[in-house]
Design a protein around this ligand. Structure first.
Ligand SMILES: NC(=O)c1ccc[n+]([C@@H]2O[C@H](COP(=O)([O-])OP(=O)(O)OC[C@H]3O[C@@H](n4cnc5c(N)ncnc54)[C@H](O)[C@@H]3O)[C@@H](O)[C@H]2O)c1
Length: 318
């Protein structure tokens, strides 16, 4: 297959591009390098620097069998301060991309959606049929693209999969997680262990969870990457796919910090900080639908293994 991968200089896009190349597919890697890193892009891919919403540029790249659309802004807190940025990059540019792809006859799109579409949910694990109510412009931007895709599928314009990732984590050796600003707990804790960050703020210790800290579902980026390849195939049978990608197992923030201490052998400072608005106590995926529709299996089930892979992929790992 000839596949367009947007956001291919980012964490999940670069890892998935590598998996596609390993399976013998041709990859065109599109990224505007607004937050990504050029060196993340696999050398075997053709790299094109530009915005996914640049219709003439995307049209000039030729025909594709599928597009994996990772490009976008990912920080819910920044989206609270500048919603317009998120509706531009994540919604307007995504829709411009989709329109260009449809006009060029690209039959399949796999979209990086997010658990953020669910907002706070009472019952765990979260199934895909739960009513969604995003609590940030970031989550809303993902929900709006999902809605647009649903209509395009219904009108026979495209076959589309929306993959609602929970917390992407771990790493493959050549693709460490490097966001700027970093907002994810495992890389923040690894920064603290490596001494490049002065300790870590723990937001909220009074949640109704087993140790008072938030519970999240950490899924290895290589498992996510394989799910994308599965999703391209599943679209042959199903014109529309909406699935959670998570392990179904939750870990508290404290458990994650303990795993980081065990893996790195470093005891770093942790400061108690107030809860952040919009942080649900718990977010754990039901992955029954992904297993059934994609035939997805999870290879990386150990939190410590996920942390160890993230640590090993960093240049400063001891
Ligand atoms: N990391 C997670 O835990 C997580 C969870 C749920 C959903 N997601 C979604 O997965 C996708 C990838 O996440 P990530 O962690 O790899 O993020 P990332 O920031 O590492 O990668 C995003 C990439 O998109 C590029 N980009 C941004 N705007 C662009 C544009 N207009 N045109 C072209 N390129 C552009 C950036 O330069 C960057 O390389 C995002 O859409 C994100 O919302 C991530």
């Amino acid at each position: 297959m000839r596949v367009l991968v947007t956001g291919a200089a980012g964490f999940i896009g670069s890892t998935t591009a590598e998996v596609l190349l390993d399976e013998g597919h041709e990859v065109v890697a599109l990224d505007d390098l607004s937050t990504g890193h050029r060196e993340n892009v696999p050398v075997r891919a053709r790299f094109v620097e530009g915005r996914c919403g640049d219709a003439p540029l995307v049209a000039s790249l030729g025909a594709f069998d599928a597009c994996l659309h990772f490009a976008g802004r990912i920080e819910p807190a920044i989206s609270m301060a500048t919603p317009e940025l998120f509706f531009d990059v994540n919604v307007a540019q995504s829709l411009a991309l989709v329109r260009t792809l449809v006009e060029a006859g690209c039959p399949k799109l796999v979209f990086s959606s997010s658990a953020a579409v669910y907002g706070t949910q009472d019952a765990m694990p979260i199934t895909e049929d739960r009513p969604i109510h995003p609590e940030s412009p970031y989550g809303e931007s993902k929900a709006q693209v999902e809605t647009a895709l649903r209509w395009l599928v219904a009108r026979g314009r495209l076959r589309a999969a929306s993959l609602r990732y929970f917390n992407a984590a771990g790493a493959s050796p050549a693709h460490p997680e490097r966001h700027d600003p970093e907002i994810h707990l495992i890389p923040l804790a690894l920064d603290a262990a490596a001494g490049v960050r002065d300790g870590l703020d723990l937001y909220g210790e009074d949640y109704p969870t087993r140790d008072g800290t938030c519970v999240r579902d950490y899924v290895h980026v290589l498992d996510l990457a394989r799910a994308h390849v599965r999703a391209i195939d599943a679209l042959d049978e199903h014109p529309e796919v909406v699935v959670n990608l998570g392990t179904g197992v939750g870990h508290t923030n404290r458990e994650v910090l303990e795993a980081v201490r065990r893996v790195t052998g470093v005891d770093f400072a942790v400061r108690a900080a107030p809860r952040r608005p919009g942080d649900p106590a718990e977010a754990v995926a039901s992955n029954a639908r992904a297993r059934e529709i994609l035939g997805w299996t999870i290879a990386h089930t150990s939190l410590e293994g996920i942390v160890a892979d993230a640590w090993a992929a960093r240049g400063d790992a001891h």
